[in-house]
Write a protein that binds this ligand. Structure first.
Ligand code: ASP
Length: 316
């Protein structure tokens, strides 16, 4: 999907990808996901319409998705094998290529805002685990009892995974539905930004960290090319440096953002047996997404086009 280059602002968000089919999602859930996406789109759009920055817009949209228990980020994050929620997030400013990220935080209500604080108030890019939560306290980023993240449906998913493991089934089967949220924006001044936030994979162990908080893998923004947020089999996005790869193709080969995203997602990612999708906004103002799964929760709006909210691969 793509729209023609626009000189104004644009915003695209996602809420994860996977085996989403009309048969597998009932009408009530379908409507709930769409309402959650629409609300997050409105939050980001309000920033851009008021002349705010792309960085503020992606943070606002991702905070809304983190607070929505339907999506695997913030409240509603999946559980680790030990029954905890460990949250990862990143944000990048395409104007300066400043970036901030956190991995494995457990007490920060909105990890994307902590990633932003890392970007704004530390000399570092990526902070992890207790140290990252400590940094949050020192910088007044809201802390919360870890019980706030818990949603029963996610707990049941962990129980189901444990039962499958006990029965000898492969539990990190790539047919799993991925969840992660993200936003990319171009503001009226032409600056780009990207943000991504996730609980990672159900049953993750050993301090596993995926692509979302790794700059260049699941999150990337560069005013010379594109802003990207990814969702899918994180290890494959890390191997490909997928988000950066899309930007590099645009910058060095002169490809259109949609074409670069399609090549990386439909071909390069598939070639390593990876599943997933990306959303993008190009420096040229074009915006859209590319996915190689059956669905991706996603939505877009720009200064010259009406909002689109989509779930299944044939929409939008
Ligand atoms: N990419 C995320 C990760 O590997 C998962 C997802 O998108 O659902 O942590």
């Amino acid at each position: 999907m793509t729209n023609q280059p626009t000189p104004g602002w644009a915003l695209v968000i996602h809420g994860g990808c996977g085996r989403m089919t009309r048969a597998g999602i009932d009408a009530e859930h379908d409507a709930g996901y769409r309402a959650g996406l629409a609300a997050a789109l409105t939050a980001g759009r309000a920033v851009l319409e008021a002349g705010g920055s792309a960085v503020d817009a992606v943070e606002a949209a991702v905070r809304a998705l983190e607070d929505d228990p339907r999506f695997n980020a913030g409240r509603g994050a999946v559980f680790t094998a030990e029954g905890h929620n460990e949250l990862d997030a990143a944000i990048m400013d395409g104007a300066t290529r400043a970036a901030g990220a956190v991995a494995g935080v457990t007490r920060t209500k909105n990890p994307v805002s902590l990633a932003r604080a890392v970007m704004a108030h530390s000399p570092h890019v990526l902070l992890a685990r207790e140290g990252a939560d400590r940094f949050a306290v020192e910088h007044g980023v809201e802390q919360i009892d870890p019980g706030w993240f818990r949603v029963d449906e996610r707990w049941q998913a962990l129980e189901a995974m444990k039962a499958a493991a006990a029965a000898g089934e492969s539990v990190f089967d790539k047919s799993l539905k991925y969840g992660t949220v993200g936003a990319v924006a171009r503001d009226a001044a032409g600056h780009l930004a990207a943000a991504t936030s996730t609980g990672g994979l159900t049953g993750k162990r050993w301090g596993r960290i995926g692509d979302s908080p790794l700059i260049g893998a699941g999150t990337w923004a560069d005013d010379r090319a594109v802003a990207i947020s990814a969702t899918g089999s994180g290890e494959d996005f890390i191997r490909l440096a997928a988000a950066h790869e899309i930007g590099a193709r645009i910058r060095m080969l002169g490809e259109r953002p949609q074409d670069a995203a399609d090549i990386v997602v439909q071909h390069e990612l598939k070639a390593v047996d990876g599943d997933g999708g990306v959303i993008f906004v190009g420096a040229d103002g074009s915006f859209g997404w590319s996915l190689n799964t059956l669905g991706m929760f996603r939505a877009a709006v720009s200064s010259t086009s009406n909002p689109i909210v989509a779930i299944y691969d044939d929409e939008g």
